[in-house]
Design a protein around this ligand. Structure first.
Ligand code: EPZ
Length: 416
């Protein structure tokens, strides 16, 4: 298993270019199946989840051509088939094939999806939505078998604005007769990204990005075309790195509006930076202020950024409180930061961080993707050389992370 060897203490300067968003791209590839001929997706990040999704497309008899960060997917010979467990269990996003295959074939057979261990992460809202559209959902061993004679548009009110359920039901509704209304929909940018892709194929969708989305029946689905949004979580992660150990570090190719909540919390903590619509230039803040953060659905403070932000708060003099409202167990990495000298403790969904605590190196096992990003930021900040194990989890969500960090002066390498 590859490991990361990181020697901290360097000041990081120069430019980091943000890649296409993992959480958009992993929905866009399954969505491409809705086109009856071919689709082009630009700015696809080269990360492991994409490799697995391409393997699933091959199982479904699709062909694809990769040119740099552009993927052209041909679905003219698309054939329904069970999604194998060894692929679907690799990531949570494999569940988007439920919505697309239900829309195209009214039948799906897929094993339970995978995903980071940050909570129970049920998919009851997806299932309830499919059933509302007229589908029958059976669970046989660890497989979902979902079938429908017809999909009939209806009003679906989500108990919680789930990102995955919103996208999955939007995908399924493109194959429904009549009009489907999704109320209490999630508003994350990746929903707008997927909706725009479907609209480019001729689907009739309004309201994506708001809390009510309307999908009207549309006949033929033409060629689709979309550019993956920049990854807002990658961008926020590197902006926080700049606040820790940057010197005029520019993070470019981002969409500032997608990380406003994070930028506001950085300002509240006394961190200064230059901002344009698509870039942030930032230097280390020697004395960040302790602050309180509550994670929310978009446009609130994103749960995926609370773990990296925790590292900055270990350098604030005083007590900070993070309240995690989206997942029930997303503080494992905060506990691991204590092995590097931090002083954090959690009770239920409340994390308390007492700083300022100088960080020192440690050898740690990455518990999940964003927790791994947090440990990476801490190791880059700490004195000494750290070894992080189980780093394939980090490589899943941060394209070219070693190259990008090396280019700005970090001492980091992958070792076996
Ligand atoms: C997406 O997960 C992201 N993953 C997550 O990012 C992100 O943390 C999350 O949205 C929230 O922004 C992808 O896009 C691949 P949810 P998703 O459905 O769709 C509960 C990362 O690090 N829930 O909004 O699974 C669920 O258990 C990953 O990139 C139900 O109870 O998120 C969770 O507690 C981690 N029933 C909460 O809602 C359901 O049917 C949010 O889930 C669905 C969700």
């Amino acid at each position: 298993m590859p490991k990361l060897k990181i020697t901290g203490g360097n000041t990081l300067s120069g430019e980091i270019k943000i890649s296409g968003a993992k959480n958009s791209a992993v929905a866009l590839l399954p969505a491409a199946l809705l086109s009856e001929s071919k689709s082009k997706i630009y700015k696809v990040p080269k990360i492991r989840d994409i490799e697995y999704l391409l393997k699933i497309l091959e199982v479904l008899n699709c062909t694809y051509k990769i040119t740099n960060d552009e993927i052209e997917i041909n679905t003219t010979k698309l054939k329904n088939a069970p999604i194998p467990e060894e692929l679907s269990e690799q990531m949570r996003a494999s569940y988007y094939f439920m919505g697309t295959l239900l829309s195209r074939f009214k039948k799906v057979e897929i094993s339970f999806p995978g995903g980071c261990n940050i909570g129970a992460r049920p998919i009851d809202l997806h299932i309830k939505g499919f059933e509302a559209l007229g589908a029958k959902v059976e669970i046989i061993k660890n497989k979902y078998i979902i079938t429908a004679e017809r999909l009939i548009g209806t009003k679906i009110t989500l108990d919680f604005p789930s990102v995955g359920a919103t996208i999955n039901l939007m995908l399924a509704a493109t194959g429904a007769e009549g009009r489907t209304i999704i109320e209490n929909a999630a508003r994350e940018p990746e929903i707008v990204n997927v909706a725009n892709f479907l609209i480019s194929m001729g689907c009739q969708i309004t309201g994506a990005g708001e809390d009510t989305i309307i999908i009207n029946q549309s006949e033929k689905k033409d060629d689709g075309k979309i550019e993956v949004y920049p990854d807002r979580i990658e961008a926020a992660t590197y902006v926080i790195l700049g606040a820790l150990i940057g010197k005029d570090l520019t993070i470019k190719g981002l969409i500032k509006d997608h990380i406003n909540a994070v930028l506001l919390k950085l300002k509240e903590s006394g961190v200064e930076f230059l901002e344009t619509e698509n870039s942030i230039t930032i230097s280390a803040c020697s004395n960040p202020l302790p602050i309180n953060i509550t994670t929310e659905v978009f446009p609130g403070f994103p749960t995926d950024v609370q773990q990296p932000f925790t590292v900055l708060l270990t350098q604030a003099c005083g007590e900070s409180i993070i309240t995690e409202t989206i997942y029930e167990s997303r503080f494992i990495s905060a506990g691991l930061l204590n092995e590097m000298g931090a002083n954090t403790f959690s009770k239920g969904n409340i994390l308390t961080i007492k700083g300022k605590t100088p960080l020192h190196s440690a050898n740690l096992y990455v518990p999940d993707l964003r927790g791994g990003a947090a440990l990476l930021l801490a190791a880059l900040t700490a004195e000494g050389t750290s070894i992080l194990d189980n780093v394939l989890l980090i490589l899943r969500g941060y394209e070219d992370v070693v190259e990008k960090l090396t280019n700005i002066g970090a001492k980091i390498e992958i070792i076996e």
